[in-house]
Design a protein around this ligand. Structure first.
Ligand code: OSB
Ligand code: MG
Length: 378
C-alpha cells in the first residue's frame, strides 16, 4: 500500500447531554479525524482514524489543536519521509517525537484501517478478537442532583447496560453511591471514576466507598502519583484501577511490577494506538491483571476499532463503549453502534474498522479540512 496523501478534518458534534467530570464539562466534541488516501493492490483505498484528545488539556496534556499542529508539522512529515506502507511501521517512524500519543494513535489507526481494507481483512481478526459481541456499560457524568443520577442510572439499566460507572469528585462520592445502592439494589455492576480528583489525605473518604461493593475505583489520584497508589491498593477493599497514569506500555509494566493497580483501563488513544493497546492487553493477561476498555466519547469512527480490541480475551469487565445514541443525535458512520438486549454491542466484522463513514453527515459537521501530500515533505 502506497500512502499518497492524508486529509486532516476537524469536526464539531454536540453531545446529547452535557458530560461533567471532576475536571470540567463537555457539551460537544471538537474532534480531529485522520483520513489516509492510499493505493492498494486493487486500486485506491482510504482509512480513517479518530483522535480522542479533548478541546482543552484537562483530562491529560493533549488537546485537539495541539494534536492537529503536531500531526501537520511533525508526524506527517516523518510518516511520508519513512515511506510507511504498513501500520506496524507507524509507531517506529514517529517514535522520536515525544508524547502526543493521541495524535500518533489517530495516524496509526487510519493507516491500519486503509491497510486492512486493502487486504479485505477486519480489525477484529487482525487484533485477535475471540468474541462477536462485547459487554458494555455507561459512564454517567456528575449531575445537578442525586435524584437525577438515580433516574439516569435506572434508565440505562432498563435499556440493558451491563454496568454503571459514576463520575465522582470530593463532595459527590459516598452519598451518590449510597443512594444508588439503596434505590436500585446490589445486583448490578457499579464503579466510580475520580479522574485524579483525590489525594492521599482522602483515604478515609475512599475507604467509605468499600461498603458499596464497587467493581473498581478508577484513577483516584493524579497521573504521576504511583507510590501513593501502591499504598491505596493496600488500604482499600475496592479494586483500584488506573486510567490517566497508564500513558504507555512502559508505565503499565512498572505499575504491574509494583502492584500499583488491581485493574487496568486500556484506551488506545492514551497509549499510542490499538497495536500498543493490544500488547498492553497481552502483558496484563500474562500478569493476571484484569483489563477493560475505556472510552473518550468517540464517534462511530473511533468506537468501531475499540469494539474490535475489546473483543480480546483479557477484557473481562464491561467497556466504556456505549451505543451511539448515548452520545449523538446523528453519528458520522452509516452503521451506528446499537445496544443488544443482553447489554452487549456487536463487534464490526467488515474490512478495516468495519463501518462506513457517512460523508454527507461528516460534511455537515466539518469545521476545517486540510490535505497533506506525501510528495511535498519538508
Ligand atoms: O476518564 O474515562 C474517562 C470521557 C472523556 C474523558 C475521560 C473519560 C471519559 C469517560 C467517558 O468516562 C466514557 C465514554 O466514552 O463513554
Ligand atoms: Mg477514566
Amino acid at each position: 500500500m502506497d500512502i499518497g496523501s492524508v486529509e486532516l478534518r476537524r469536526i464539531e458534534l454536540p453531545l446529547v447531554t452535557p458530560f461533567q467530570t471532576s475536571f470540567g464539562t463537555w457539551t460537544f466534541r471538537d474532534i480531529l479525524l485522520v483520513r489516509v488516501l492510499a493505493t492498494g493492490p486493487d486500486g485506491p483505498v482510504e482509512g480513517w482514524g479518530e483522535c480522542v484528545a479533548g478541546t482543552q488539556p484537562l483530562y491529560s496534556s493533549e488537546y485537539t489543536s495541539a494534536a492537529e499542529d503536531v500531526t501537520v508539522d511533525h508526524l506527517l512529515p516523518r510518516l511520508f519521509a519513512a515511506r510507511v506502507r504498513h501500520a506496524d511501521d507507524v509507531a517506529g517512524a514517529l517514535e522520536e517525537v515525544r508524547g502526543h500519543r493521541m495524535a500518533k494513535a489517530a495516524v496509526e489507526a487510519a493507516v491500519l484501517d486503509a491497510e486492512l481494507r486493502a487486504a479485505g481483512r477486519s480489525m477484529a481478526d487482525h487484533l485477535g478478537a475471540t468474541v462477536d459481541r462485547v459487554p458494555v456499560g455507561v459512564s454517567i457524568g456528575i449531575l445537578p442532583t442525586i435524584d437525577d443520577l438515580v433516574a439516569t442510572a435506572a434508565r440505562h439499566l432498563d435499556e440493558g447496560y451491563a454496568r454503571i460507572k459514576v463520575k465522582i469528585k470530593p463532595g459527590w462520592d459516598v452519598e451518590p453511591c449510597r443512594r444508588l445502592r439503596a434505590e436500585l439494589g446490589d445486583d448490578f455492576g457499579l464503579q466510580v471514576d475520580a479522574n485524579a480528583a483525590y489525594g492521599p489525605g482522602d483515604v478515609d473518604t475512599l475507604r467509605a466507598l468499600d461498603e458499596f461493593g464497587l467493581l473498581l475505583i478508577e484513577q483516584p489520584y493524579p497521573e504521576e502519583r504511583i507510590v501513593d497508589n501502591i499504598e491505596l491498593v493496600q488500604a482499600l477493599q475496592t479494586p483500584v484501577c488506573l486510567d490517566e497514569t497508564i500513558v504507555d506500555e512502559a508505565v503499565c509494566d512498572d505499575v504491574l511490577r509494583l502492584g500499583a493497580a488491581d485493574v487496568i483501563n486500556i484506551k488506545p488513544g492514551r497509549v499510542g494506538g490499538h497495536l500498543a493497546g493490544k500488547r498492553m492487553h497481552d502483558a496484563c493477561l500474562a500478569a493476571g491483571v484484569p483489563v477493560w476498555h475505556g472510552g473518550m466519547l468517540e464517534t462511530g469512527i473511533g468506537r468501531a476499532p475499540n469494539l474490535a480490541l475489546a473483543a480480546l480475551p483479557g477484557f473481562t469487565l464491561p467497556g466504556d463503549i456505549s451505543a451511539a445514541a448515548r452520545y449523538w443525535e446523528t453519528d458520522v458512520v452509516t452503521e451506528p453502534a446499537v445496544l443488544e438486549p443482553d447489554g452487549t454491542i456487536r463487534v464490526p466484522r467488515g474490512p478495516g474498522i468495519g463501518v462506513e463513514v457517512d460523508l454527507d453527515v461528516l460534511a455537515s459537521v466539518t469545521t476545517t479540512a486540510t490535505l497533506h501530500h506525501a510528495g511535498f515533505t519538508r
